[in-house]
Design a protein around this ligand. Structure first.
Ligand code: C2E
Ligand code: MG
Ligand code: MG
Ligand code: MG
Length: 301
């Protein structure tokens, strides 16, 4: 009997393995397809940036975050959470990251020169991925783009994540300091979800912490999230850093955040990410957020 049981277990194990392998194969095929398509995406001009407004308590525009979108003719619209990890693993993130930087800087320059940006506007935020940042030539790459696009680096806010700070803190700090000397700002994205050491944060030339949207989401019904946000805000005050809340979806969330001392916000309540054309229009009229429903319905992403 023991033999039969063992036999069954093996059999189940094996079919379980087959099942797993089929799933894996499917996954691998999808990935390979995407990887191939991503290789061409840059040359074929399939990437686009959208820009999400960041606002102060009055709803005035203080910044914009550039967010990449991939429109693949074969695969449709693919969100960054699906292709950025592949770009990271294959090294494609290097040319992709350079494209994002260049496109964002060119657009900033165009806004500054053509439509004009409001006086309250401080920075254009650009996401930097870990592999991109870890490269020896990262700083040179960024400075080259600034030079090519003639953008004033003090209008640029590079978003890095906590996990990038754990590895070689000395080299991380050195890179940041070089760019900081040119005026570049640094924010920590998704703050509170990673593994950074508070001790290290003190030694980095940071401007801002971005409170992760998972805390904002739970702010009303999870006392822990409320406390975490409270703690981040008071810590930031001590360290003389700005704080911005991400993923603010409702007026209620905004008001709770304001009551704990948060004065900068980003989220669907104010505006979804917008195509540059939509933003142009907005900038030429007023730049007060949230916008009126009817006005934005067809413009956002
Ligand atoms: P992130 O940098 O934390 O960006 C915020 C994400 O939250 C964006 O998703 C944005 O569209 C979304 N979001 C903003 N407000 C709200 C809200 O009120 N509610 C909800 N539910 N979501 C909101 P997106 O554009 O899909 O980007 C996802 C992530 O992909 C980004 O997270 C960032 O880590 C990465 N990413 C996007 N663009 C780039 C890029 O150009 N380069 C790199 N390296 N990463 C990028
Ligand atoms: Mg970001
Ligand atoms: Mg974030
Ligand atoms: Mg993120």
């Amino acid at each position: 009997q023991a033999d039969t049981a063992m036999y069954r277990a093996k059999e189940n194990g094996r079919s379980g393995f087959h099942f797993y392998r089929n799933e894996m194969q499917q996954y691998a095929t999808d990935r390979l397809k995407m990887e191939k398509a991503l290789h061409h995406a840059l040359e074929r001009n399939e990437l686009r940036l959208v820009y999400q407004p960041q606002v102060n308590s009055k709803g005035e525009l203080i910044g914009l975050e550039a967010l990449v979108r991939w429109f693949s003719p074969e695969l449709g619209m693919i969100p960054p959470n699906r292709f950025i990890p592949i770009a990271e693993e294959t090294g494609l993130i290097v040319p992709l990251g350079e494209w994002v930087l260049t496109e964002a800087c060119q657009q900033l320059r165009a806004w500054q020169q053509v439509t004009g940006l409001p006086e309250t506007f401080k920075c254009l935020a650009i996401n930097i991925s870990p592999y991109q940042f870890s490269r020896e030539d990262f700083v040179d790459q960024v400075l080259k783009v600034f030079e090519q696009t003639q953008v004033d680096p003090s209008y640029i806010d590079l978003e890095i994540t906590e996990n990038m700070l754990v590895e070689n803190i000395k080299s991380v700090a050195a890179k940041m300091q070089r760019l900081r000397q040119h005026g570049v700002h640094f924010s920590i994205d998704d703050f509170g979800t990673g593994y950074s050491s508070l001790r290290y944060l003190k030694y980095l030339p940071l401007s801002q912490l971005k409170i992760d949207q998972s805390f904002v989401r739970d702010i009303s019904d999870d006392p822990n999230s409320y406390e975490i946000i409270h703690t981040i805000i008071s810590m930031a005050k001590h360290m003389k850093l700005s704080v911005i809340a991400e993923g603010v979806e409702t007026l209620f969330e905004k008001e709770v955040l304001t009551s704990i001392g948060c004065t900068r916000y980003q989220g669907y309540h104010f505006s979804k990410p917008l195509e540059k054309q939509a933003l142009n229009l907005q900038l030429l009229q007023s730049s007060h957020f949230p916008l009126e429903e009817a006005h934005t319905a067809s413009l956002e992403y």
